[in-house]
Design a protein around this ligand. Structure first.
Ligand code: IMP
Ligand code: MG
Length: 189
């Protein structure tokens, strides 16, 4: 079934070309930072970071290894909670490693603060954070990314890896989800 995205997306917030250009630009800064350091380990937080991680990694030219974690602070809705769980752990030992956590969006900050703390407790040499999107208005935990691509207003967005109820990750742009999509659902729950 083909989807009519006009029914779902209120407006495109960041188009494909802007995403591509900004990620390329940010990769230059990250390349400079890691140029003379030990081998980098990119840790992608599944599933939201996949598109960003792929696009970023294509533009990095330092030696790097990739691994993934599933960390969840969400139930099946749009609300975050402080109850952060590791649902799939890394295969890699991070001890002594230069780690860069790659995330789709920082919202309340629960997910990333817990993830960073976990990796530091495992004696990573350094743990930095890069996020595609930052929604600073919603922050509960005091955490800032080391690098970000775009700051966005307090609206629920989907696309380029980000989902609503596991859908719409495939959109090639970042779009604001129509409120009616999740408000209808909340009434049913
Ligand atoms: P935090 O723990 O509240 O910072 O939540 C981070 C996670 O919540 C992200 O990895 C996303 O999966 C999800 N999230 C937060 N805001 C949005 C949004 O606007 N759209 C889609 N997912 C979101
Ligand atoms: Mg998500």
């Amino acid at each position: 079934m083909l989807r009519n995205y006009d029914e779902l997306i209120d407006r495109v917030l960041i188009d494909e070309e802007s995403l591509r250009l900004k990620i390329k630009q940010l990769a230059k800064t990250i390349n400079e930072y890691y140029r003379d350091k030990d081998e980098l380990l990119l840790v992608g937080i599944l599933k939201g970071s996949v598109m960003f991680m792929a696009e970023l990694a294509k533009n990095l030219d330092v030696d790097l290894d990739m691994d993934f974690m599933v960390v969840s602070s969400y139930d099946q809705n749009t609300y975050s909670s402080g109850n952060v769980k590791i649902l799939k752990d890394l295969d890699t030992d991070v001890k002594g490693r230069e780690v860069l956590i790659v995330e789709d969006i920082i919202d309340t900050g629960y997910t990333l603060s817990k993830t960073r703390e976990t990796l530091l407790n495992r004696d990573a040499k350094d743990v930095k954070i890069v996020t595609l999107l930052d929604k600073p208005e919603r922050r509960v935990v005091d955490i800032k990314p080391d690098w970000y691509c775009f700051k966005i207003p307090n609206e629920f967005v989907v696309g380029f890896g980000l989902d609503y109820d596991q859908l719409y990750r495939n959109l090639p742009y970042i779009g604001v989800l129509k409120r009616s999509v999740y408000e209808d659902n909340e009434e049913e729950n």
